[in-house]
Design a protein around this ligand. Structure first.
Ligand SMILES: C[S@@+](CC[C@H](N)C(=O)[O-])C[C@H]1O[C@@H](n2cnc3c(N)ncnc32)[C@H](O)[C@@H]1O
Length: 453
């Protein structure tokens, strides 16, 4: 195909699920944004926090960058949990939230989903969890139906904590299970044995106070299709409301990636095998009556809305609290410093600990519409077109790429909609990166043509 799609184009093969591409191209939401210089950040932030909220749904992210163990595959590990450190950290978080509460940026437009992520927020002692949640509810303008998610793991998720979470307003607990196979779990540094995971999940769901979600990963070392199938089966009887199925990413710098590189652990499943795991999940879960609510999220009951994850993909405005927490308010994305000492110094001085700001380009509305649509496996072509700058609209390349996805069996055209097939959903990140790269090239040549002409 003699156009700009080049290597972004899927191969047309008889087996698109396994062979449409040879690599999954990760979505880098910040890569096309211009960094604000370190010296300029305080001025830009001071102006930003005086702005009122934008229209649309809003989110808040609260980062708890502490874990009791560093799981081999995980790229999120920052600090080891310990009661005194967590206690002090929650003091700082509450101070940061209280400071921001009075700002025009926080304002009084409703916040529709709050996510306590990490790290492992369920490592917080019950008392700390309670006072943090109380501050969130007192200081932030939460919508009456606000989804409040607590990320958790089984080890250390005591009855006292579960009660504190639900009493404090948490209505969605997302538990990192990863696998029900004790051998697979232990190999990755997971503490709890499979039987304990099953029992605790049943107890948690038995509270009947909020959505209970389990995260599973596929493509882990020692995991084969049979063990994956047993994992999916195990989820049927636990009373779960939702399930997340993630393909293992071998993240550079993680203990797993280093061990694989040194040959101490065998290379985990490649992309064709991961694709089979994915298709197996789609088949098993849809047959068992689960609804696919995004490429990697499943709902068994109406309690699971997955609001935060869906809205953040569509670029919803996000307030951020805690060391390393990231947020966005058009035209900026921003993040607090991940450095705990710098975080503590800034909060103690009454400053927002923001350390990174980026400005989005003219393609941001298109990117948000694209990512939001791809996430649910459905693109509305008129909506995409409406977000395109004029020069991009006039360029045929983005539509050729979509045609090629249809030709390759990764998508189907239904009137003005494009629906991803199972294979298309597995390769979905490549549609986001491919489409936006083609659009960025079209924008650039439009600019050049304008300058030359
Ligand atoms: C921020 S992590 C929090 C996990 C939680 N603290 C725990 O201990 O289970 C959220 C989810 O991301 C997924 N995840 C983490 N590392 C991953 C990787 N390398 N590849 C794919 N998914 C990953 C896992 O399913 C995990 O439950």
């Amino acid at each position: 195909m003699n156009d700009r799609t080049g290597s972004l184009t899927p191969a047309v093969t008889s087996d698109p699920l396994r062979y449409a591409f040879t690599a999954r191209r990760p979505v880098m939401p910040r890569q096309d944004k211009q960094a604000v210089s370190e010296t300029e950040i305080p001025r830009r932030w001071a102006a930003l926090e005086q702005q009122s909220p934008a229209a649309g749904k809003r989110l808040a992210y609260i980062n708890i960058p502490f874990c009791r163990a560093n799981c081999l595959y995980c790229g999120f590990y920052r600090h080891r949990s310990g009661a005194p450190r967590l206690n002090r950290y929650v003091d700082l978080l509450i101070e940061e939230i209280r400071r921001d509460a009075a700002l025009p940026l926080v304002g009084d437009r409703p916040i529709h989903a709050v996510y306590l992520g990490g790290g492992t927020p369920s490592d917080l002692p019950a008392g700390d969890l309670q006072r943090l949640l109380a501050a969130v509810r007192e200081c932030l303008p939460l919508a009456a139906d606000c989804e409040i998610t607590l990320e958790a793991r089984i080890a250390g998720l005591t009855e006292e904590k579960i009660r504190a979470a639900f009493a404090g307003g948490v209505n969605r607990i997302s538990v990192g299970v990863q696998s029900f196979d004790t051998r697979v779990r232990r190999r990755q540094g997971r503490v709890a044995a499979a039987q304990e995971v099953v029992e605790r999940l049943v107890l948690l769901a038995g509270h009947d106070q909020g959505a209970v979600i389990a995260d599973l990963m596929f493509g882990l070392p020692d995991q084969d299709l049979a063990s994956w199938h047993r994992d999916l089966d195990s989820c049927q009887e636990l009373g779960l409301d939702g399930l997340d199925t993630y393909a293992l990413k071998l993240i550079p710098g993680t203990p797993l990636q280093k061990l694989v590189e040194r040959g101490c652990i065998e290379q985990p499943a490649g992309l064709p095998e991961q694709a089979e795991f994915y298709a197996e999940a789609v088949e098993a879960l849809s047959t068992a009556g689960w609804r696919q609510i995004s490429n990697s999220h499943w709902a068994r009951t109406p309690r699971e809305r997955n609001l935060y994850n869906l809205l953040i993909k569509s670029g919803a405005e996000t307030l951020a609290f805690g060391a390393g927490a990231g947020g966005s308010r058009e035209p900026y994305t921003f993040a607090n410093t991940p450095d705990m000492e710098a975080y503590e110094r800034a909060v103690a001085a009454g400053d927002k600990p923001v350390a990174m700001m980026r400005v989005s380009d003219a393609l941001q509305p298109l990117r948000d519409t694209l990512m939001g649509g791809v996430e649910i496996g459905r693109l509305e072509l008129p909506a995409l077109r409406a977000c395109m700058p004029m020069s991009v609209q006039a360029d045929p390349s983005p539509w050729r790429l979509v045609d090629r996805w249809v030709e390759a069996g990764l998508a189907e055209r239904r009137g003005e909609q494009i629906h991803l097939t199972v294979a298309g959903r597995f390769w979905a990140p490549n549609l986001v990166t491919g489409f936006q790269e083609v659009c960025a090239q079209a924008l650039e040549s439009g600019r050049k043509a304008h300058a030359d002409g």
